[in-house]
Design a protein around this ligand. Structure first.
Ligand code: 8YV
Length: 313
């Protein structure tokens, strides 16, 4: 008999097809009233799968009383109630490592774009600006500049490696210093921002890092500094960020993530010193396939052996 798996939200079509081949999958997103469905059928599922964006919260765990395993497609666990899963004895798999390079590449895309005014220049050419005015304004060099990394985890390190190739001087802020890296540790995020030309946010989301990049940090980064965020919108005080950009207290921002996705603060849309992406840092064919394969392997391993391949607990 095939195990019953609840699928919350759309997934990559190839992953949906693989899941359907192995499990009896029910697509919760097809239900007109998901709560009513769960009230009647919640007890039928042993497995659950969702993107990191949807995760699994305490209410969902409670609605699935016989759940044994949750497979999260992604690395960020801010939408996963790990304590509640642990308490209920639910195994949680996720997909770290396989997306490090792709997310770090996106950090570089944003860093280079916002500094060199790439997207702004593209808009300038498209609206015929080149033929009407003498020159596009100068941009800011990247090579040899100072990079501050907020959160030197797996992705932060991949960003550092890339920036080292641009001869950048690298320092980082973490809750604790990392022992095996050649980069300087800065205990105060505000000091790191004061020192840095570019501040790249790669810290995990969740309540512990909420608004870590505060108004004071943004002011310290200053009118010639640039912020890049490929982590979670919640790590940055978004109201303070919008104000700092609008008032010229911050040089620019390259953002892939926002506090209330998919809603981007309207003020950001009107500013030329922002580069705005739709939370797509892991969204390449190659990386999404690797994430899908690992998410599937986590479910398969659990049902075969009682343990996921890569556990988040
Ligand atoms: C995706 C992500 O948004 O891995 C994460 O934590 O934020 C992204 O890779 C995603 O959840 C893919 O399913």
């Amino acid at each position: 008999m095939k195990e019953r798996v609840l699928q919350n939200g759309r997934l990559l079509p190839a992953l949906e097809a693989d899941l359907a081949g192995r499990y009896e999958v029910h697509a919760l997103w097809r239900e007109a009233d998901p709560q009513a469905f769960l009230a009647v059928h919640g007890g039928e599922f042993a497995g659950y799968i969702a993107s990191a964006r949807l995760g699994i919260d305490a209410a969902m765990l409670a609605a699935l009383p016989h759940l044994r395993v949750a497979s999260i497609v992604g690395v960020g666990l801010d939408a996963v109630d790990l304590a509640a899963a642990r308490e209920r004895g639910v195994a949680v798999g996720y997909t770290p490592q396989v997306l490090n390079d792709c997310v770090a590449d996106t950090a570089m895309l944003l860093l280079l774009d916002v500094a060199r005014r790439g997207s702004e220049a593209d808009r300038f050419v498209r609206r015929g600006g080149w033929t009407q005015t003498t020159a596009f304004p100068l941009s800011t060099s990247v090579t040899g500049k100072r990079l501050g990394i907020v959160g030197l985890g797996r992705i932060g390190r991949a960003i550092a490696k890339r920036c080292a190739g641009f001869d950048m001087e690298i320092r980082y802020h973490n809750r604790r210093p990392v022992v095996d890296v050649p980069y300087g540790y800065e205990a105060s995020l505000e000091e790191l921002a004061r020192w840095a030309d570019f501040l790249v946010v790669a810290a995990a989301g969740g309540h512990e890092s909420r608004n870590l990049v505060s108004a004071a940090v943004l002011n310290a980064l200053g009118p010639r500094g640039f912020l890049v965020n490929i982590a979670r919108g919640s790590v940055v005080d978004e109201t303070a960020l919008v104000a700092a950009l609008a008032e010229g207290r911050l040089g620019g921002a390259g953002l892939d993530v926002y506090a209330d996705e998919p809603n981007v603060p309207p003020a950001l849309l009107t500013l030329d010193n922002t580069v705005l992406l739709p939370h797509m840092s892991s969204a390449t064919h190659e990386t999404r396939k690797a994430m899908a394969d690992l998410a599937l392997a986590n479910l398969d391993a659990f049902f075969a052996s009682g343990a996921v391949k890569v556990s988040a607990l």
